[in-house]
Design a binder for this molecule. Structure first.
Ligand code: GDP
Length: 445
């Protein structure tokens, strides 16, 4: 559903790659791109304005993290702001202290309420609840039948007006269903209500009457994610006419632009609680703002890496090591080990590299990284005296063979490490003089 938005945002982030730092002009240009991407995806204008202003302010503000490069910082901010407009924390159903818990579904006709009743029923049943569905949609000729079919598939009983009883009154049916649930010890009652193709006063009144009759613990507003900006208007109309506690986005599997659905939580101030993404009863789950945001950014792994880099990054240690290195002296094997361990704390080497964007071509190299090699390096450095670590130049033949013995490695291993260290140090000092090291997350480059 969010393909275009994904593509646009990715392109925006790509254009930042390689920049050492972002000027205000860079940030303004990025903000413009993000704004266009969101508008094109049909996100509500008010929401877009707020979103972009927040990203801009934070990107320009003082919260510059030393652990992240500028692109990562922007991605992090956009991610956090997306989670924010999607409602922050995931929220699940509140169950009543005294069963039954009453859940009322409201929304336009065709929004997916009846299907949702079945999905929710199955979901609750799988969690050990004993739900019952209530057919209070007596407007549509086939609605009761449809709910019975859905209930049958979900293995959940359905309470409906008796056939031959004429067309029942949905308010009485709803009221009676609560008594029935108490009698039969169902712990949750899901009331399906009627919808019209458009918002109308009579429909709202009926929903409000049912609400007053059953006193729901949760009113869920079901909205078809494919209907575009109308989703926001409809949500506002239902918020005013009936009120609701949470939103269910249905048809997220569709190919519409979907941005309107992303605006609803922000516009109504009510969380999106569930998402439906298919016609089958299992195509349904709790809505997780953070997962949805990373799906939109299509950068789940990178976001994990950013989080881990921030958690494990020791700014102080890294800065000292970098300073020593720049000064062209004093960068010893201890510092080398410290940096290596800092990166390692983020997780297995192969995984860290795999999470970095643009690492596709390095697949083979990644596969060949041997974690034991790093263990070996650690063992060798630990077998050195502090003087040797600080000044590897003093490592003569007899010292090297003592270290090999102490670390359970061979003299070749020790030579290999020392040579590589010397080369790396020389290279890095050259680059240091050339102004700045190539950015590696968490390396204080
Ligand atoms: P109601 O009028 O609000 O009760 O809506 P229905 O539950 O009858 O759903 C209307 C149509 O949308 C039906 O054909 C459903 O199969 C379909 N539908 C419901 N939820 C989803 C969904 O998440 N994805 C897709 N693709 N179709 C859905």
């Amino acid at each position: 559903m969010f393909d275009t938005l994904q593509d646009r945002l990715q392109a925006t982030f790509r254009s930042l790659r390689g920049k050492g730092r972002l000027t205000d002009a860079d940030i303004d240009a990025t903000a413009r791109e993000i704004r266009l991407a969101l508008l094109e995806a049909d996100v509500n204008l008010g929401v877009v304005k707020e979103f972009v202003a927040a990203v801009k302010e934070r990107a320009k503000g003082a919260e510059l993290s030393q652990a992240l490069n500028p692109t990562q910082q922007i991605i992090k901010i956009v991610n956090e702001e997306l989670i924010e407009i999607l409602g922050g924390q995931a929220r699940t159903l509140r169950f009543a202290k005294n069963p039954p818990t009453v859940i009322m579904l409201a929304g336009l006709q065709g929004s997916g309420k009846t299907t949702l009743a079945g999905k929710l029923g199955l979901w609750l049943r799988q969690q050990g609840h004993t739900p019952m569905l209530v057919a209070a949609d007596l407007q549509r000729p086939n609605a009761v039948n449809q709910l019975q079919v859905v209930g049958g598939r979900a293995g959940v009983p359905v309470f409906a007006p008796e056939p031959g009883n004429g067309i029942g009154d949905p308010v009485s049916v709803a009221r009676a269903s609560i008594e029935e649930a108490k009698r039969k010890f169902y712990d949750t009652v899901i009331v399906d209500t009627a919808g019209r193709l458009g918002v109308d006063a009579e429909l709202m009144q009926q929903a409000a009457d049912i609400r007053d009759a059953v006193n729901p613990d949760e009113i869920l507003f079901v909205v078809d994610a494919m209907i575009g900006q109308d989703a926001v208007n409809t949500a506002n109309a239902f918020a005013e006419g009936v009120g609701f506690d949470g939103v269910v986005l249905s048809k997220l599997d569709g190919d519409a632009r979907g941005g309107a659905a992303l605006s609803i939580a922000k516009v109504t101030g009510k969380p999106v609680m569930f998402a439906s993404n298919g016609e089958a009863l299992g195509d349904f789950d709790l809505f997780h703002p953070d997962r949805m945001a990373s799906r939109i950014l299509d950068m789940g792994d990178l976001l994990t890496l950013i989080e881990q880099a921030e958690k494990t990054f020791d700014a102080d240690q890294s800065r000292k090591a970098a300073e020593k290195l720049m000064a062209g002296k004093g960068f010893g094997l201890d510092d080398f080990l410290g940096q290596m361990q800092a990166v390692r704390k983020m997780g297995p080497m192969s995984k860290i590299l795999g999470m970095m964007p643009g690492m596709g071509q390095m697949k083979d190299a990644i596969a060949n990284i041997d974690e034991r090699e790093i263990d070996r390096i650690e063992a060798i450095i630990y077998s050195m005296t502090p003087a040797e670590r600080a000044k590897p130049d003093i490592l003569n033949g007899s010292r090297r063979s003592r270290i090999a013995n102490g670390s359970g490695t061979s003299v070749q291993d020790v030579n290999g490490l020392v040579n590589r260290f010397m080369e790396t140090r020389k290279l890095m000092q050259q680059m240091g003089r050339g102004g700045g090291l190539p950015g590696m997350p968490g390396m204080g480059g």
